[in-house]
Ligand binder design. Structure first.
Ligand code: UN1
Length: 496
């Protein structure tokens, strides 16, 4: 079958990888459908891209921020016009259903318009000086060339969370898209280029993490790294970036709990659990992977949840009647399969699914049944480790306090949800749940772009995307202007 070949974008030119190597991007719902060949780049490609970004930084940093932001207004409009086309292309390379890929493109549109406003809001502080006739303020400065490493599950939204704030703040970027889903990141950059982005401000180098990612992390001219991916890789990124003192923003795994109390609206909790667990085939860092059920409703919830999960239609996400798409690749299927085995060996009970779907319309894709494990206890591996697939565990508890303790008893801390009508418990949970995001009466997925996004413990290293991204992509300069016309020594001339 004929398929297109894509190149890297370096200094405004589309260039094949040094050495000409490519890798195939295939549709996870149908492996005979090849989306295209993308560059499998080399460290030299990264070096060229970083040099182009460094060159572009000289002029881009001097463009007034509101002008830089105008490009995002235009890019946002182009994304709106192209939403359907880009969503279809995303389903084809990533697998998630069309309603969700439309949502992914929409998230990039929201980010474009939100961050465009930041072009007029890069506020600093003005402050009194301790000395007379001296003026003090702080201004935000761009960091320089930034390296962005993005995952396959939100292949347009997450790149937009990084590229847009980085650009508006005056940085220039080299982005490495996910190996499984580069096309959507290319589409995002295409919208920026069509919106008038000057050459070299955004460069794409496609390739693998060990080669392209490592080269970016280690390059001396890359001043900061923003990474979204697994905690295992994030730890490597942080350790290697430390050698050149690069700030690193890490957004990593989750093992997100939905807690359902006896007084909850059960129907709402069921709908939330289905969407949170099986939306995006469980492949979100915010996905619900633990459902904590208070004893009084546990049985009723379980029966209904299992019945509804069994009815979910799994298949090719391009078919509008499908509710759950494929997993992105065979490795993910292996992980889901292995974790079901581990859970059963530790004493959990299989209540629904548990297997890869093969044969018939599933024969040439990577599909896994929506899977529910019952009788899970908080110490089992399935209750503590991230699967990143359509596999959810049910854990029962007696008291609200126990639920909070179980929710907090893991290494991750991204998203949490509590279903209750008790406002006192809701606010107690908001205070006590160790997570970057807490939802009340809504599922663990569905963050909006203008709030802080990120987590605690092994989920992150303290930075936030969303409204925290500008903080990461700028550095503060303190400015003192002395208009006294004499030497004034701080801490000395004004001392008692
Ligand atoms: C992710 O899975 O890495 O909150 C991001 C959500 C989406 C973003 C998920 N808006 O579920």
């Amino acid at each position: 079958m004929a398929y297109p070949t894509f190149h890297n974008l370096i200094g405004g030119e589309w260039l094949p990888a040094v050495g000409g190597k490519t890798m195939l991007n295939v549709n996870p719902a149908d492996h005979s459908d090849v989306v295209g060949a993308f560059p499998s780049s080399h460290g030299d490609d990264v070096a060229k891209a970083v040099a182009a970004a460094k060159k572009a930084f000289e002029s881009w940093r001097l463009v007034p921020a509101p002008k830089r932001a105008e490009i995002l207004v235009r890019a946002g409009s182009l994304l709106k016009e192209r939403k359907e086309e880009y969503a279809r292309q995303m389903t084809r390379e990533m697998g998630k259903v069309l309603a969700e890929t439309r949502g992914d493109v929409q998230e990039a549109i929201d980010e474009a318009f939100y961050v465009a406003g930041e072009g007029r809001r890069l506020f600093g502080q003005t402050t009194p000086s301790e000395l007379q006739n001296k003026f003090a303020m702080s201004v935000r400065m761009p960091v320089g060339v930034v390296g962005l490493i993005t995952p396959w599950n939100f292949p347009m939204a997450i790149p937009s969370w990084k590229l847009f704030p980085a650009m508006v703040a005056g940085n220039t970027c080299v982005i490495k898209p996910a190996t499984d889903t580069p096309h959507s990141t290319y589409n995002l950059v295409e919208a920026l280029v069509d919106a008038g982005l000057p050459a070299g401000v955004v460069n794409i180098v496609s390739g693998t993490g060990p080669i392209v990612g490592s080269a970016l992390v280690e390059h001396p001219d890359v001043r900061a790294i923003s990474f979204t991916g697994s905690s295992a890789v994030g730890s490597q990124v942080a350790q290697r970036a430390a050698a050149t003192f690069k700030p690193v923003s890490l957004e990593m795994g989750g093992k997100n709990a939905q807690i359902v109390l006896d007084d909850a609206n059960l129907e709402l909790a069921l709908e939330g659990a289905l969407w949170g667990s099986f939306g995006t085939t469980g492949q979100r860092c915010t996905a619900t992977s633990r459902i904590l059920l208070q004893k009084g409703i546990a049985e009723a919830f379980k029966t209904e949840f299992v019945a509804r999960a069994k009815k979910l239609k799994v298949g090719n996400g391009l078919d509008e009647s499908i509710e759950v798409g494929p997993q992105v690749n065979a490795n993910q299927i292996e992980t889901s399969t292995r974790y079901v085995e581990i859970a059963l060996a530790e004493g959990a009970k299989l209540l629904a699914g548990g297997h890869a779907l093969t044969g018939g319309s599933y024969a040439s894709g990577t599909f896994f049944e929506p899977t529910i494990l019952g009788g899970v206890t908080p110490t089992m591996r399935i209750a503590r480790e991230e699967v990143f697939g359509p596999v959810v565990s049910l854990i029962e508890f007696d008291t609200f306090e126990q639920a909070v303790e179980i929710a907090n008893s893991i290494d991750y801390g991204l998203s949490t949800a509590l279903y209750t009508k008790d406002v006192n418990r809701a606010f107690t949970a908001i205070r006590d749940l160790e997570a970057g995001i807490t939802y009340i009466n809504a599922p663990t997925i569905g963050a909006e772009v203008h709030l802080p996004f990120g987590g605690v413990k092994h989920t992150g290293n303290g930075h936030r995307e969303g409204n925290g991204a500008i903080d990461f992509f700028t550095t503060w300069k303190a400015v003192y202007v002395d208009y006294s016309d004499k030497l004034q020594r701080a801490q000395i001339d004004n001392a008692e």
